[in-house]
Ligand binder design. Sequence first.
Ligand code: NAD
Ligand code: GLY
Length: 362
Amino acid sequence: MKLLRVELGERSYSIVVGTNLLHRVGEWLEGMELANRVVVITHPRLKKLYGDLVASGLSDLGRAPAVIEVPEGEEAKSLEQASRLYDELLTLKVDRHTSLLALGGGVIGDLVGFVAATVLRGVPYIQVPTTLLAQVDSSVGGKTAVNHPLGKNLIGAFYQPILVVADLATLTTLPPEEYLAGLAEVIKYGVIADEAFLGFLEEQAGPVRSLDPGALEHVVLTSCAIKASVVGKDEREEGLRSILNFGHTIAHAVEAVDAYQNVKHGLAVAMGMACAARLSEALGLCGEAEADRLVRCLETYGLPTRLPPMDPEALWEAMTRDKKVRDEKVRLVLMEAVGRVGLYDDVPREAVLDALVASQVA
Ligand code: NAD
Ligand code: GLY
C-alpha cells in the first residue's frame, strides 16, 4: 500500500493506492474531525460486490454508514438524481460533519462530489474509485459535475475530496472494455509528462493488460502522482491543468457528433490523442517518430487510433463548442516531445481539418 498527497494547502488530501483496502477506509478517516457519520453512495451492482466490505470496515470503527443506491449509467449524472440524493440525505438529517463516500466509477464520483459540494453548502466526501479511469483520473482533482441536456459536465464545481482510496483488487471485476478505456488516460500521462512512464507502458504491456498487481500499482501510482502534481499547481484550470485534456477536445467532438451513442469516452480519447499527435507532427511541433511512438503504444493495448468516418466540418463545429474555448479560439494541447505538451490557441482551422480527415478510417 502506498500513499500520495495532493498538496492544496488546507484542501490537501491523501490518495491511498493498494490491494484489499476497502474494509480499511475508516482507518484513514481516524483523527479527521470532519468525518463523523458516513453515507455510502453507490450503484446496486457495486453494493453487492463491495458494499459490505466498505460498510463492515466502517462499522468496526464505530462509523456504521447509511447506504444509498443510484442507478448505473451516464444518465445518473443528472440534476434529477442529485435532487433525489438531496431528499434522501436531508431525510437522514445529515450535517456538515457527515461525509459522503462515493463507491464506484467516474459517474458516481462526479455525482457524489457535486452533491457534496452543494448540500448544506458543502459536506466532506471520500472517493473510493472502482474503475481504472476513476482511479487514475476522475477521483483526483476535485472536478465534480452533472450533465445538462445541452452538454456533458456543464453544471458543476471544483470541490476536493478529503480522501481517495484506490483499491486495485476492485479492478478484477471490471468489464475488460472499461479497463481498456482507463488505459487510454494512463497512456496520456506518459505522453504529457513522463517519457519513462511511456517506456514502462511499452515494455510492460503484457503485465499491465493482465492486471499484474505490481504493474498495476505502478500504473495507478504514477498516473495519480502526475495528476496530483498538475492539480497542485493549477487547481482551477487557469493554465497548466489544461494539459490533462490532451486528445480530449477532439475526443469530445467525436462523442458529440456520434450523439454519445457508439464511441466510448476512453476510446474516443485514444483516437483524439492519435489525431492530436499527427496534427502536432504536421505543424512541425514534434517529429514523425514521436507521433508514431504514441500511436504504436495505443495499438499495443488494442486502443483505436483512427476516427470513425465523420464530417470534418461537424467535428470542427463541435470543437468550437468545447468548454475550453476561450475568446472563440479553439485551444488544443499538442505534443512537443514524448513527455512534453504545450497549449496552442492559434492552430489554423485548415490544419485541424486536414488532420481530422487524415486520421479517419480509410
Ligand atoms: P462509470 O462510472 O459509468 O463505470 C463504468 C461501469 O462499470 C458502470 O456500469 C459501473 O457500475 C461499472 N463498474 C464500476 N466499477 C466496477 C467494478 N469494480 N466491477 C464491476 N463493474 C464496475 O464509468 P467511468 O469510466 O468510471 O467514468 C466515466 C465518467 O467519469 C464520465 O461521466 C466522465 O465525464 C467522468 N470523468 C470525470 C473526470 C473528472 O475529473 N471529474 C475525469 C474523467 C472522466
Ligand atoms: N480530467 C481532466 C482534469 O481533471 O482536469
